[in-house]
Design a protein around this ligand. Structure first.
Ligand SMILES: Nc1nc2c(c(=O)[nH]1)N[C@H]1C(S)=C(S)[C@@H](COP(=O)(O)OP(=O)(O)OC[C@H]3O[C@@H](n4cnc5c(=O)[nH]c(N)nc54)[C@H](O)[C@@H]3O)O[C@H]1N2
Ligand SMILES: Nc1nc2c(c(=O)[nH]1)N[C@H]1C(S)=C(S)[C@@H](COP(=O)(O)OP(=O)(O)OC[C@H]3O[C@@H](n4cnc5c(=O)[nH]c(N)nc54)[C@H](O)[C@@H]3O)O[C@H]1N2
Ligand code: SF4
Ligand SMILES: [Mo]
Length: 717
């Protein structure tokens, strides 16, 4: 058979790089960046280039599996499996109410452009609030902070074209991810290089000299979890030197004097000592940021996994706002979104409207819905806690709770406790091993998709609709189709923004996506007709004058922010001395990170990527290793107040002494432990979600975890 070449986009991660794929005998045999694409320009990474192996590997699940009572997984016809799953779910809803059936959308649920919305529509149709996603164990604090702060109708400054960008605990060169305001997550290195050539100053605040810090104008190697201290000091200094936008603040900001008073204790000398940085560097960062005309401060998973994440995100809102970093009247909004409806952008404040404290309540720790979802940090306890509303069934769409959820042992107990666990997974993952059914997913190149998730992440109005370029295995199902199958069997239609999904006839993906984007600025038919990615120049939106009648004001001191700031100012802090946690002392803080060659737990299965490493090393400074008598490759036990894990230590002098940098989502079921060199270990063994957790999102301390380290001869869990 001949080789054909197709344009499409990669869905190994959320960067959605435009690629060309050579196909022979219905198998992808080579992947290249599409150099003609106007947004990506041919960029790919090592993961995306391994799609041929991902499609060919014998490890891949190609038919639906059912676990038998003896613990074996046997193939089952998918229609039969869906009949059984549907019957069980209907029975549970009848016996225990709709709340007993839950969904968790993990990272590969997000990679299917229809999954999130159709899953949510099913939950709405049956009346089950038990809808969870990985977002609430990721960076939910940003949206929470923005929601109680207020937002600017005209949007904030973008990375492209800014004079300064300050990145706090994110590393887009590896993660290809930043929230709006950071470099668009595609070809991040080239983006940063081009902007810096133009004159942008880049400030990086990270306990590790990361790949992005290596390119920065200024790197502040802060102690973990001190972001509120650092940001308070920067704000204080900007106010001291009068670098803020006074006219903008007067017109739109409340409580400036109150904030100024609360940040007063954070003098440069105090904050620099506390953060473990030079006073002069802190002042330079404040000046670089404050004196620029345009700029953005953004954050990532580092501070969001650390304590006081909402305070950190709030202070970032304050810093950007005090410096007036918003689009003013007449400015062009770089990308209002191609698939989004056109809505007016005005130069005024959309008043604060907290994205918590309303909607359904969790039964756990007094928490409730946040940003329209139930908090994933409570899901295990919702499964394990008896009583009305207990979760009995979980559909897990492309997620791997056993290695990704806080508190691994509790997660395993919870997954085992379920009456029904359905995983839609490409592999027999740590979680899928505990499932009743593992449904074979229709993989990326076998399905249509559109760049829905990234629609507003681009810095220009870009969109890409791809058709499936490989035939689909009839036994496989797309993530959204699980819910259509349920609706088909119960006869209950699913309601999408553009209308209902008919339960009697299997819709095409295109039809579903059309119902999800009824008022797109460019109709889906037009985007699909292009056949590759395109910048839609006609999508042009400018900021209109605001309406002072309805305009709100930014809230510099909402909710418990004053109390938290006062607490930070008065508390004892870590100074590379012993760290106290729950009455015991610890020597190091373990922080999270990403590795270039895997995407959370995905990629660890592929031989080509395993050449880059088969474990998640515990990276430590060589001085720390020497002090402990360790060398690279040694086995260590890492112990926190919550649990222990075995790790393989590796010297890395880009880490601040006293800090251990280790990726999450490695390892297997704990009773399959002892294989840390070939499988890694889950850092969530060190996390306990009952003791210290965010009062709104429930997220426990998942970075900056106090730990002790000792050499061991043989690995355990
Ligand atoms: N301690 C600590 N914990 C963390 C974090 C941290 O930094 N530190 N980070 C948190 C964050 S940000 C996140 S997003 C979560 C991630 O949490 P999850 O999304 O739950 O974890 P992943 O490992 O990404 O799970 C992806 C699953 O999808 C499967 N898969 C791969 N390809 C496909 C496909 O094409 N289709 C389908 N259906 N499945 C596929 C994989 O085999 C894997 O089992 O973890 C969180 N947990
Ligand atoms: N290659 C690859 N790409 C990925 C992933 C992957 O596993 N591999 N995962 C994807 C996922 S799920 C997500 S959410 C995104 C995340 O994308 P990013 O947020 O960019 O994630 P990281 O690369 O882990 O960067 C977090 C940084 O925070 C620093 N840090 C840790 N604790 C603290 C702290 O207390 N304060 C400060 N200031 N810094 C701290 C760490 O040293 C690290 O450099 O990446 C995505 N992209
Ligand atoms: S960054 Fe890599 S994995 Fe992510 S979409 Fe691009 S090529 Fe695929
Ligand atoms: Mo994430």
């Amino acid at each position: 058979m001949s080789i054909t070449t197709h344009k499409t986009f990669c869905r190994f991660c959320h960067a959605y790089c435009a690629i060309e794929v050579d196909v022979e005998n219905d198998q992808p045999i080579a992947v290249r960046g599409d150099t003609s694409d106007p947004m990506y320009g041919g960029y790919t990474c090592i993961k995306g280039r391994q799609l041929p192996e991902q499609f060919a590997t014998p490890k891949r699940i190609r038919e639906t599996l059912k676990q038998t009572p003896d613990g074996e997984f046997r193939p089952i016809a998918t229609e039969q499996a869906m009949d059984e799953i549907s019957e069980k779910i209907n029975q549970l809803i009848k016996d225990y109410g709709p709340r007993s059936v839950a969904t968790y959308v993990g990272s590969y649920g997000y990679q299917n452009s229809a999954a999130l919305h159709v899953a949510k529509a099913w939950h709405q149709s049956v009346g089950s609030p038990s809808y969870y996603t990985s977002v609430t164990i990721d960076q939910p604090h940003r949206k929470i902070a923005q929601s109680q702060f207020g937002t600017w109708g005209g949007g904030t400054h973008a990375f492209t074209g800014a004079d300064v960008c300050m990145m706090i605990g994110n590393n887009p060169v590896v993660s290809q991810y930043t929230p709006f305001g950071g470099p668009p997550p595609f070809s991040p290195y080239a983006r940063i290089r081009d902007e810096m050539k133009r004159g942008m100053k880049l400030i990086v605040v990270d306990p590790r000299r990361t790949e992005v810090a290596n390119r920065a104008s200024l790197h502040l190697q802060v102690n973990p979890a001190e972001d509120p201290t650092f940001l308070s000091a920067v704000i204080r200094w900007i106010l001291v030197e009068n670098l803020h936008d006074k006219a903008f603040c007067e017109a739109h900001v409340d409580d400036l004097a109150g904030l100024q008073k609360l940040v007063e204790p954070f003098t440069p000398s105090y904050a620099a000592a506390r953060c473990g940085i030079e006073e002069a560097d802190l002042i330079e960062a404040a000046r670089l940021f404050g004196t620029a005309k345009t700029g953005v401060t953004v954050s990532g998973t580092g501070p969001n996994m650390s304590p006081r994440a909402i305070l950190t995100e709030h202070l970032i809102c304050c810093l950007n706002t005090l410096c007036g970093r918003v689009n003013k009247v007449g400015a062009r909004v770089p990308n209002p979104g191609v698939l989004q409806p056109n809505r007016p952008r005005t130069a005024d404040v959309i008043p604060a409207n907290p994205a918590y404290g309303k909607g359904p309540r969790s039964r756990i720790r007094g928490l409730g819905e946040i940003i329209g979802e139930m908090p994933t940090a409570t899901l295990n306890d919702e499964i394990l806690t008896p009583g009305e509303g207990q979760i009995k069934a979980l559909i897990c769409l492309g997620g791997n709770p056993v290695v990704a959820f806080p508190d691994q042992d509790k997660t395993v107990r919870a997954m085992k406790h379920l009456e029904l666990l359905v995983c839609v997974d490409l592999y027999q993952s740590a979680t899928a091993k505990l499932a009743d059914y593992v449904v074979a997913p229709t993989l990326s190149l076998e399905r249509d998709d559109v760049t829905m998730l990234t629609d507003t992440w681009y810095d220009q109005p870009y969109s890409h609709y791809t058709k499936a370029i490989l035939p689909r295995n009839p036994e496989s199902r797309e993530e959204w189709e699980i819910y259509w199958e349920l609706s088909h069997r119960s006869g209950m239609p699913l309601s999408l923004p553009g209308g209902e999904l008919d339960p009697s006839r299997r819709p095409s993906k295109f039809e579903v996506l059309q119902l999800l984007t009824p008022n797109a600025q460019i109709p889906l038919t037009e985007i699909a007709a292009v056949g590759h990615g395109k910048i839609f120049e006609s999508v042009e939106v400018r900021v209109a004058p605001g309406d002072s009648e309805i305009s709100g004001r930014f809230q510099l001191l909402p909710a418990d922010i004053p109390q938290q700031l006062a607490e930070v100012a008065s508390e004892d802090y870590w100074q590379s001395k012993d760290i106290l946690d729950n009455g015991k002392t610890y020597s190091h803080l373990l922080i999270s990170r990403r590795l270039k060659h895997v995407f959370n737990s995905s990629g660890q299965q592929l031989e080509s990527l395993r050449k880059k490493g088969t474990t998640n090393p515990a990276y430590m400074h060589s001085e720390d290793l020497a002090a402990l008598g360790l060398t690279s490759g040694d086995l260590i036990e890492i112990a926190s107040a919550a649990g222990t894990l075995s790790g393989v230590v590796e010297a890395a002098d880009d880490i601040k002494p006293g800090v251990i940098s280790m990726a999450h989502a490695w390892g297997d079921l704990p009773d399959n432990g002892g294989e840390v060199r070939s499988k890694g270990a889950s850092t969530n063994r060190l996390v306990d979600d009952d003791r210290t957790y965010n009062k709104i999102t429930g997220m426990p301390r998942m970075s900056a975890i106090p730990v002790n380290v000792r050499a061991i001869q043989e690995a355990v869990a």
